[in-house]
Design a protein around this ligand. Structure first.
Ligand code: NA7
Length: 534
């Protein structure tokens, strides 16, 4: 009998999205051996799988890109204010080629488990293409990579096309002449709905919770704007790094009380006209913290929504009633105007509960609807979803998904007690979900690489955060969150969208710049909170 020997390396990087690409590059810089593992057929991560028409990032392209390499940021040309999925994918392919990291990835390969070996003090990573023995594992599995598929009775019986935006077919999908249903009105639904309506015979939008959405005012980037940013890109990026959301917002940085209603309204108007959720959310600095500021911002946003919908009764059904920014603040192109079309019907699931899918369509408490296509824009098992589906076993065989079932805790949003020599990029308890996530990823990868460099230089064989440090950070994340209106959130930011998932504050609300300062403080104090074993 022959046994296959595991491959041996220094670092395994899981995922070839923004995090994985940069981490493999960093491993090269550190002179360490690295193996990347990616279940997709190429780089891109969530931008590889999500391909539905209308998909764009809601962070501007000049921000939503790597800042660490001057050559890349000068050479790549963004053409639109908000980048479309094909452009982001092409950008990541360009970066991967430029950094020569494709050769280090095993594509079409899934990580199925990872086990900490007490005797060797190393990880054994099980993949669909063999086992890898490694000192470190860096999880770059993404915050929004596992779609949440709702358990609707009769789903198997539906004879039409059942599609999920997060695993959209690579070949074009036609809506022409079809009756289509879209379930879900978060960012995904809001982006796909206007596109479907353009050619579908009829579109039914199934809404349970209305979102706040603002016009994106997307447009081609003028060569002048690109040249202006590129001439001072270093300074532009440096400024982004001083901000709460990790991108330039030109906020006055004043709370509602200081601004007063007149100035506050003018600032909301200015940012609304600019078209950017990051800027609009930052216009009044305490929108997410103060009820008064939030109500003011939300009233303004509701007024704007009303102006876009011809039928006032329909407008009221589309009116969000949560604290603005405690669920994703969306941007759109013609989302509300789509409801003014004759071929679009809103099915308000608060009035008529969705009971089931049927062979020919779907049934609500009000009756049966026939459709040829049903699109599940029902979101993701955010932040912890991907890694929790992998059988990760730390010290004493403890399973990470079991540990996280009750409360997904981490130290500093990137490491977990009981799981040595491991980093979870943009894990629970960091500001990434409410930030320019590319910058949040860069902050994590650079910090991780610096830590590995120091540990290697000092001859440290293992590290892990202490349980006390993890608890202290988790308490801090909760205290900051609870001091904001996020305590009322009912979204993936707090795990509330997935049945049975623990409701916890997955987002650190302290802001990107203060968070980076806290990370630096940990590093400067000899990695305070970590146990380092030589
Ligand atoms: P979201 O923002 O989680 O939105 C999912 C939508 O699907 C939301 O309107 C949900 O309503 C709805 N939904 C989910 N399950 C159901 C069931 N079972 N019945 C009815 N409606 C349902 O996901 P997106 O993909 O749109 O956006 C995710 C992130 O991607 C976004 O935040 C950006 O960061 C990019 P509910 O709220 O549950 O009532």
């Amino acid at each position: 009998m022959t046994t296959t020997q595991p491959d041996v390396t220094d670092i395994v990087v899981v995922g070839a999205g923004f995090a994985g690409i940069y981490m493999v590059h960093k491993a090269h810089e550190l002179g360490l051996n690295v193996i990347g593992v990616e279940r997709g057929g190429g780089v891109g991560g969530t931008w590889y799988w999500n391909r539905y028409p209308g998909l764009r990032c809601d962070v501007e392209s000049l921000d939503y890109s790597y800042s660490f390499n001057e050559e890349i940021q000068q050479e790549w040309v963004w053409t639109e204010k908000f980048p479309a999925q094909p452009d982001i994918l092409a950008y990541l392919e360009f970066v991967a080629t430029k950094l020569d990291i494709n050769k280090d990835f095993r594509f079409d390969t899934e990580v199925t488990g990872a086990t900490w070996n007490e005797s060797t003090q190393r990880w054994s990573v099980a993949t669909t293409a063999g086992t890898i023995d490694t000192k470190y594992v860096v999880w770059g599995t993404g915050m929004l990579s596992i779609p949440k598929i709702p358990n609707i009775p009769g789903m198997d019986s539906f004879e039409g096309e059942l599609l999920n935006p997060a695993t959209w077919p690579q070949e074009p999908v036609s809506f022409a002449g079809k009756k289509v249903a879209v379930l879900g009105t978060g960012s995904t639904g809001i982006q796909v709905i206007p596109i479907v309506a353009e050619t579908a015979e009829h579109l039914y939008v199934l809404q349970r919770t209305p979102s706040f959405s603002l016009p994106a005012h997307n447009a081609s980037l003028t060569p002048e704007r690109v040249a202006e940013v590129k001439a001072h890109y270093k300074e532009y990026r440096a400024e982004a790094r001083t901000q709460m959301l990790g991108c330039v917002t030109e906020t006055r940085g004043e709370p509602f009380e200081v601004m007063g209603p007149e100035l506050a309204r003018a600032e909301l108007e200015r940012n609304y006209n600019y078209g950017s959720p990051m800027r609009f959310a930052s216009a009044i600095v305490d929108t997410v913290a103060s009820e008064e500021a939030n109500n003011f911002t939300a009233s303004f946003a509701r007024e704007k929504i009303r102006e876009r919908i011809a039928d006032p009764a329909l407008a009221e059904k589309l009116m969000p009633d949560h604290f603005i920014t405690t669920r994703r603040l969306c941007i759109d192109t013609d989302y509300y105007e789509t409801y003014n079309r004759d071929n679009v019907t809103l099915v308000d699931l608060r009035d008529e509960e969705l009971l089931s899918l049927t062979p020919k369509g779907f049934r609500t408490a009000a009756g049966e609807y026939e459709v040829d296509m049903f699109i599940l824009a029902t979101g993701f098992d955010g932040v912890t979803g991907a890694i929790s589906r992998i059988d990760v076993r730390g010290k004493d065989g403890v399973s990470l998904s079991a540990k996280w079932k009750e409360a997904p805790a981490s130290y500093m949003g990137l490491s977990v007690a009981g799981f040595p020599n491991t980093f979870v990029v943009t894990g629970p308890g960091c500001p990434a979900p409410l930030s320019n996530v590319v910058l949040s990823i860069e902050i994590h990868i650079e910090w991780i690489a610096n830590m590995i460099k120091k540990l290697e230089a000092d001859g440290v064989s293992t590290f892990e955060p202490t349980a006390a440090a993890e608890q202290e950070w988790t308490d801090h994340v909760n205290a900051v969150s609870d001091s904001t209106l996020m305590r009322f959130s009912n979204s993936w930011y707090v795990g509330a969208n997935v049945e049975g998932k623990a409701r916890v504050n997955l987002v650190y609300m302290g802001g990107v710049a203060p968070y980076e300062a806290e990370l630096q403080d940990v590093a400067n104090n000899n990695y305070r909170g970590f146990e380092l074993i030589h």
